[in-house]
Design a protein around this ligand. Structure first.
Ligand SMILES: [Mg+2]
Length: 284
């Protein structure tokens, strides 16, 4: 698994890392609006409060600072609210505790918990069923539902002219490769690092160790910004609901600023400020 990183050799002095979901490819909204939220409504039979619950789901998972939160953490947050406001959720404490304490937030880890937990596992079991069904629905989304934002291809081609390009994503490898390939983006990419390699912060760290003069991370969630900050690399935000504009500006300004080493400071600070403000506003 580490081979891909070990074998990798920089071609240029600069590196641009790009996140996939919700950053380059417009998949976040559709996954949450068509899959995660509705399957939760079905699994916990809360259709009576569907509109309010889905609105909150989308707020937490798409439009505020928690955007990009792990699916089980997001589910835990939602169920706690549902339990308080609408309907008692059986076995909720056991599930919440699992999300807080497990070393691995995954279906496999949930399966182990179902076997080992001696308390009420109603909610834990439902969470696994939910997660499996969500994966099925996501798999069945059509290719036309997984298109890049406007300006992504141009942006990446422009970036490719001055830097090596890495995909740094926490989605699964197969999905990322397919989506980038189908949309003619993969040919501009030098290395693809996804969830099987490690966290985004880890991937950036390993790439940085290759000796790049400067690294820029392009992302859409607070976690992307934090991964960049942790590695002391530059950050270019793609703001939710303003993605097309952000990609246009990326081609028009950001690549040039990065190339001429005038990115850090005033320019980046302004972008980061707009990014945080954009995610701090409420959904309305
Ligand atoms: Mg993303």
């Amino acid at each position: 698994m580490m081979n891909i990183l070990e074998r990798y050799k920089p071609k240029k002095n600069l590196l641009i890392c790009i996140d996939s979901d919700g950053c380059a490819i417009d998949t976040m909204d559709i996954k949450h609006i068509k899959c995660f939220g509705p399957v939760m409504i079905e699994e916990w039979e809360v259709s009576k409060w569907e509109n309010e619950i889905l609105e909150r789901w989308n707020e937490v998972n798409l439009y505020t600072l928690t955007r990009g939160i792990n699916r089980f953490k997001g589910l835990s947050k939602a169920l706690v609210e549902i339990n308080e406001k609408y309907k008692k959720i059986e076995g909720l404490n056991e599930f919440v505790k699992w999300t807080e304490e497990t070393k691995e937030l995954s279906n496999e880890s949930l399966e182990r918990e179902i076997k080992n937990n001696t308390g009420d596992i109603t909610c834990i079991k439902k969470a696994l069923d939910w997660s499996i069904e969500v994966n099925k629905r996501i798999d069945s989304l059509h290719k036309s539902d997984k298109k890049p934002f406007d300006g992504v291809k141009e942006g990446i081609e422009k970036a490719k002219g001055i830097a090596d390009i890495a995909i740094v994503s926490s989605a699964n490898e197969k999905a990322v490769l397919e989506e980038w390939e189908d949309n003619g983006l993969l040919e501009s990419v030098d290395i693809v690092l996804t969830q099987n390699i490690g966290s985004k912060a880890f991937c950036i760290e390993k790439l940085k160790e290759k000796g790049y003069e400067e690294v820029l991370m392009v992302g859409d969630a607070l976690g992307d910004y934090e991964a960049a900050k942790k590695n002391d690399v530059l950050y270019y935000p793609i703001r939710v609901r303003k993605e097309n504009k952000c990609w246009k500006d990326f081609s028009k300004e950001a690549v040039e600023k990065f190339k001429t080493k005038s990115y850090k400071g005033e320019y980046q600070d302004k972008l980061v400020k707009m990014f945080i403000e954009n995610l701090s506003k409420s959904n309305s």
